[in-house]
Ligand binder design. Structure first.
Ligand code: SF4
Length: 467
């Protein structure tokens, strides 16, 4: 009988069915960071429990880490304290910590894949919403809360309900100036920010087949923004070749054996899904969000909605979004002025993202009104970009080149919007206050579109530049 990857992975990791109706699922890889782990460690200490599988647990600092001076102690006493907690907990429990001196520090969802920790057929958990990112490898990856981080630390298991499975198909080639970010923004716009509630998403079709692993990571990263519990792409030769030679991937003969098993985990032809939707890549333009959730988006040459164009039950939230964003109903999104341009985050802080943005920036200057920064997703991304001279392209154009971290994605470090500033951002959330100022405004778009906006000083169609 044809079986999906989701069911193969779920069955392989099921310990038992619980009386609650949930499944006790073994977690192959647990990724932790400084923000959601301190209380979890405190709880297992109070229960006098060890970490059940320290060799399956890996730590990094990303959310609070400053991206200008990283000298210790950090200027922010709370950031310093959180870092020290993580250092102590990792030492105490024998957990590998990719700290600032390791040369491998970075955003948790960037370092897992690039180090080869993330592999097909795995179950992965992390105390962060965007853990769905790792599904790009054909893993089932869940963002979990602090009490679940405690459970995974103590038992390496998670009590979880099985979601339904929706296949999200996209067929065809993307047009010029259209990127993986536009694909996922278009999917979320199509299905709604709550459309994925109760579902896992399998992304399939020739558009995803053609994508690099970094592009697939961008797509899976934002599954959670569409309400899905997780999202994945079936492993293929692109997946296998990405993993070959990565430090934590199997090596030599063990790699070939693992690769065979990874490929066998892909969904079988003819497997059944609870739901299927289909989009055409040719219909996807460069996208920009105009509102306060990632589903409130339009084509860059489109307009924000007029109230009468949306169903009555959606009018209050559209009205609220337009008021917060200070946009007029029916206004074109292009030419909206920006104050800040941010290229980075676990959605779009990888080498291919920086390359795409640098291509747009090369030979141009950042608009005099705009503060522009590039924050690589990891130290390894930063070093690879510097080896190609990308940092110089950005700096010559007037961008600041920062050290790796989450930065202005959620502004738990000093990188914050000020007052009503409006930011063109390659990150994943445009909620009110997300970038550090309660009244700050966020326009989500691809890194190339952020680069174009930084130069123009306003939202602009990247296709004018990259044609
Ligand atoms: S970059 Fe943003 S979304 Fe990603 S882990 Fe950091 S804060 Fe979370």
């Amino acid at each position: 009988m044809a079986v999906t990857l989701f069911d193969k992975v779920w069955r392989a990791h099921t310990v038992r069915e619980l009386p609650s109706g949930q499944t006790q699922l073994f977690i192959g890889l647990h990724l932790i960071h400084e923000v959601t782990s301190p209380q979890a460690f405190q709880m297992i200490a109070e229960a006098n429990l060890p970490v059940r599988h320290p060799e399956r647990t890996f730590a990094t600092i990303d959310h609070i880490v400053p991206t200008e001076s990283q000298a210790r102690p950090f200027a922010d006493a709370l950031a310093e304290e959180m870092t020290q907690y993580l250092e102590r907990n990792c030492r105490r429990h024998g957990i590998r910590f990719f700290d600032l001196h390791s040369g491998q520090q970075g955003i948790v969802h960037v370092i897992g894949p690039e180090l080869g920790l993330t592999q097909p057929g795995m179950t992965i958990a992390c105390g962060d919403s965007h853990t769905s990112t790792h599904g790009a490898f054909g893993a089932i990856a869940f963002g979990i809360g602090t009490s679940q981080v405690r459970d995974v630390l103590a038992t390496q298991c998670l009590a979880i309900s099985r979601p339904k499975l929706r296949r999200v198909g996209v067929e065809g080639a993307l047009g010029p100036g259209v990127y993986a970010k536009d694909v996922i923004l278009a999917i979320i716009q199509h299905l709604g920010v709550k459309g994925g509630v109760g579902f896992a998403y399998e992304y399939g079709g020739s558009t995803f087949d053609r994508m690099s692993m970094e592009e697939r990571l961008t797509v899976c990263n934002m599954s959670i923004e569409g309400g899905a519990r997780c999202g994945y792409v079936n492993p293929d030769s692109t997946t296998v070749e990405y993993l070959r030679g990565r430090p934590y991937a199997p090596q030599a003969d063990a790699f070939e054996r693992a690769a065979q098993w990874w490929l066998s985990m892909a969904s079988d032809p003819g497997a059944a899904y609870d739901d299927e939707v289909e989009l055409s890549a040719a219909q996807i333009p460069p996208m920009v969000t105009w509102g306060i959730n990632p589903g409130q988006s339009t084509a860059v040459d489109g307009r924000v909605p007029r109230l009468e164009e949306v169903p009555p039950d959606q009018q209050p939230e559209v009205k609220e979004a337009l008021a917060f964003m200070a946009l007029e109903p029916g206004q074109p999104i292009a030419s909206v002025p920006i104050d800040v341009a941010f290229i980075g985050s676990c959605t779009n802080g990888r080498l291919s993202d920086l390359r795409a943005a640098a291509e747009i920036v090369r030979g141009h200057r950042v608009h005099s009104r705009v503060k522009a920064l590039v924050v690589p997703g990891s130290v390894l991304v930063a070093r690879a970009a510097e080896a190609e001279g990308l940092h110089e392209v950005f700096q010559e154009a007037g961008f600041e080149w920062r050290s790796a971290g989450c930065s202005m994605c959620l502004a738990m470090n000093p990188d914050k919007l000020v007052g009503r500033q409006i930011c063109a951002s390659s990150s994943n959330r445009n909620f009110k206050g997300r970038q550090g100022s309660p009244t700050g405004r966020t326009l989500l778009m691809s890194p190339a579109m952020v680069a174009a906006a930084a130069i123009a000083g306003e939202v602009t169609d990247v296709r004018r530049i990259c044609r």
